[in-house]
Design a protein around this ligand. Structure first.
Ligand SMILES: C[S@@+](CC[C@H](N)C(=O)[O-])C[C@H]1O[C@@H](n2cnc3c(N)ncnc32)[C@H](O)[C@@H]1O
Length: 372
């Protein structure tokens, strides 16, 4: 049996180097993801995560020899997840990097026409290079391009010297005006300028130093679970496949806007220069109660026909009353014969709920586990 702790501790194995790939909000702690997969499924089983985020459950499942299937609506989370389970070969990624880098002078004029924010966030050389990345990488259809894109996304913003940008948070991009005012107030109006090629080559060498995971039996679909699951259920039925574990963490009601937090990364992969409020369903802050119920109801409901008779449903959610109660109600409705247990996570670190300003007494997260 694989020692869960060793797989993801430190940076000694390829799996450990890729497991944490991708700054993203609301991630499962990795050892937790490995423990749940190991406890509630066995090698060769099928597991599903309809809200896959940056793919921690799918990665753990894949490494532990489970056929794992994720669905993620946010292309940034999808890119991190889909790349970490099977990154493209290093040499091919480097070849593409050099090709894209060599085209950067073509974007000199476009770079100088971008809104001021971009010119305060990135030095001239970095900005021309980013425009070349944005215009030339076919991340949706070409896996080496997806790999290179997701590596660049990791370093798109963060601390000066550790990222391609002026000083910024790594996990979440702040708004344009907020950032510009902040840089001015800190005498950081001039962004650092350096050669992005050397910077990225060094990071690529580090990431691939111990090799890379090649998980073949797992995948993550880019799309909306409320639409994708019916197609998946049909294919599973045609192939006589039943899932042993549904392991997920849905977005929490009215808390995180995964698209807004990632607006700068979404720009790099082709999104708008000026972030827009996303009015599309399930791409905002999840603050409409009716839509939220529909999301959980349709998603968990669509999974029912795919689940094995002895399946486990493991859902980590927010402890606040409304989210917790509605999640319980919907899960009980769809899995009425399963036995219920609740694990109250006594989380000592600041949780997502707290970071986003919830001051209610029901802080933290809770696990709803349904077993047969
Ligand atoms: C709490 S996060 C999951 C994080 C994940 N457990 C991890 O460790 O990375 C919830 C995820 O659900 C995604 N999501 C929200 N609505 C969705 C939908 N309709 N279909 C697929 N994914 C969706 C969000 O984009 C977000 O990445």
């Amino acid at each position: 049996m694989i020692n869960v702790g060793n797989v993801v501790k430190g940076y000694k194995t390829a799996e450990a180097r890729w497991a944490r790939f991708g700054p993203y909000y609301a991630m499962f702690p990795l050892d937790f993801a490995f423990e749940v997969v190991q406890k509630y499924s066995k090698e060769g089983d099928y597991i599903i995560d309809p809200f896959a985020g940056r793919g921690s459950s799918i990665f753990a499942g894949g490494v532990l020899g489970r056929h794992s299937l994720g669905i993620e609506i946010n292309p940034i989370g999808w890119l991190y997840g889909t790349v970490k389970i099977a990154p493209a070969e290093k040499d091919k990624v480097i070849q593409r990097l050099i090709y894209i880098y060599n085209k950067k002078e073509l974007y000199k004029k476009d770079a100088s026409n971008l809104p001021v924010f971009y010119r305060m966030c990135y030095g001239k050389n970095v900005l021309k290079f980013l425009l070349s990345v944005r215009n030339n990488l076919d991340w949706k259809h070409d896996h080496k391009d997806a790999t290179l894109m997701s590596i660049i996304l990791v370093y798109l913003h963060g601390k000066i010297g550790e990222s391609l940008s002026n000083q910024m948070q790594m996990t979440k991009a702040m708004g344009m005006n907020y950032s510009m005012n902040w840089w001015k107030s800190k005498n950081l109006s001039q962004p650092p300028d350096f050669d992005p090629l050397d910077f990225l080559l060094e990071r690529i060498e580090w990431r691939y130093k111990k090799g890379y995971p090649q998980i073949e039996e797992s995948r993550i679909v880019l799309g909306d679970s409320t639409q994708e699951l019916s197609k998946i259920a049909e294919r599973a039925c045609d192939n006589d496949i039943k899932f042993r574990l549904l392991f997920t963490s849905p977005p929490y009601y009215s808390l995180t806007d995964y698209h807004k937090d990632q607006w700068l990364r979404l720009w790099l992969i082709g999104g708008p220069e000026i972030p827009e409020t996303n009015k599309e369903k399930y791409r905002g802050r999840f603050n409409d109660k009716e839509d939220y119920c529909k999301l959980l109801d349709t998603t968990f409901g669509s999974c029912v026909p795919m689940m094995d008779k002895k399946s486990t449903i493991y859902v980590r959610t927010d402890k606040r009353n409304w989210t917790f109660n509605i999640t319980m109600e919907i899960l009980r409705k769809h899995f009425p014969k399963h036995k219920l247990s609740i694990v109250d996570r006594n989380i000592t670190k600041r949780t997502q709920t707290e970071i986003f300003g919830n001051s209610s007494s029901e802080k933290g997260e809770i696990d709803i586990i349904l077993t047969k």
